[in-house]
Design a protein around this ligand. Structure first.
Ligand code: EPU
Length: 337
């Protein structure tokens, strides 16, 4: 079969992942339309190429070489469908998340403003159910549009079918490696509904903030704490906040009464991984080409020159410190390609 699309070979992905890890893809394509996407998938199947899907590369640990075909869907349309005060936003997988959030907030639409400045593309957002400042994507999501790899079938999944949880969804389990996310439908509203209960967000905005005011306040807080991947390689939170049984939390609280914790509906307790790492004295700790960020211990940073293996070994040492001091296991948040 001859190559039907611009498939680049030995393509450098170092700048396509926010950690800045060196990686070369044996083959790479960025289809801008569904027809081309389908044809690439058929070709990968016919040639038995290993397939890797790439979004904005902001939550991914890339190895130094990816065999087979890497596809980065570039479906970058979005449009609004008005229904009174409610507005549906239809958005392609290749749209960058943060510019979309700003564009929606500019239009006075409420729902995504707390999720401002999260890096990455819309197609990756449901995989880990992105969340920040008290809001998760699943709360504003009406549907996820997917293409099944085995038979090329298109399907629309409801939020319930996506089985969303904290940084979790069906795309990490049952549907992992089985679908391409091609787009999302979001449901926003013109009615003001600020969500300001997380941290000091309410202190950052006036009494009747607009959606844009809230988005800008979130951006300001994030810029104070989180490193800009353009300047310093990182993948945001590198560990999930661990969820432990009540008795484990009680035991820890007896010893560390100031430990931040949040009781979930299930009765289990979410702890702050950043606090645990910080209390191990690791904030700002560096070794080799990697470090624990000096302002937010949950973020690991790459100074350049390192690779995925070194990063994973570094992360393992951080997790081991937390394990031996608090008896709590940390799980990686970014996914390995
Ligand atoms: N803390 C420390 N030291 C640190 C970091 C945090 O003591 O170095 C303490 C804080 O003082 C606070 C608690 O830990 O009491 C929680 O910290 P924070 O409110 O900053 O939130 P987080 O749990 O560290 C989570 C998300 C972030 C999201 C923020 C805000 C996860 C894994 N991370 O971080 O998401 O922006 O809440 O909602 O759930 C991301 O996923 O990449 C990300 C940045």
């Amino acid at each position: 079969m001859k190559l039907i699309e611009p498939i680049l070979t030995n393509h450098d992905l170092t700048h396509a992942n926010t950690l800045g890890l060196p990686c070369r893809a044996e083959r790479f394509a960025a289809p801008a339309g569904m027809t081309v996407l389908r044809r690439l998938l058929q070709q990968a199947c016919a040639q038995d190429w290993r397939l890797t899907l790439l979004g904005g590369g902001s939550n991914l640990i890339l190895p130094t070489r990816l065999e087979g075909l890497v596809i980065q869907p570039a479906l970058s349309h979005w449009w609004l469908e008005r229904q009174g005060d409610n507005v549906r936003v239809h958005v392609g997988a290749g749209v960058e998340w943060h510019p979309l959030v700003l564009a929606l907030a500019h239009r006075g639409l409420w729902g995504t403003e707390n999720l401002a400045l999260i890096p990455g593309r819309c197609g990756a957002a449901p995989i880990q159910n992105i969340g920040a400042y008290g809001v998760e994507l699943c709360e504003v999501l009406e549907a996820v549009h997917v293409l099944f790899l085995d038979d090329g079938r298109l399907a629309t999944l409801t939020p319930a079918e996506c089985a969303f949880g904290y940084r979790d969804s069906i795309f990490k389990s049952e549907l992992a490696g089985r679908v391409v996310i091609t787009g999302l439908t979001l449901r926003l509203t013109r009615q003001a509904r600020p969500r300001l209960d997380y941290g000091d967000l309410s202190a950052r905005v006036g009494p009747r903030p607009s959606a844009l005011d809230v988005a800008e306040a979130v951006c300001a807080i994030r810029r104070e704490k989180l490193p800009d991947p353009v300047q310093l390689g990182n993948a945001g939170s590198f560990f999930k906040n661990p969820i432990v049984a009540r008795d484990v939390a009680d035991r820890l609280l007896a010893r560390w009464p100031d430990m931040p914790h949040f009781t979930l509906d299930t009765g289990r307790v979410k702890l702050a991984a950043g606090w645990l790492i910080d209390r191990c004295g690791l904030k700002g700790w560096c070794d080799g080409h990697f470090g624990v960020h000096e302002r937010q211990a949950l973020v690991l940073v790459h100074f350049g020159g390192g690779d995925a293996d070194e990063l994973l070994a570094f992360a393992e040492r951080v997790a081991q410190c937390v394990q031996s001091r608090f008896g709590v296991a940390l799980e990686l948040e970014p996914r390995r390609a």
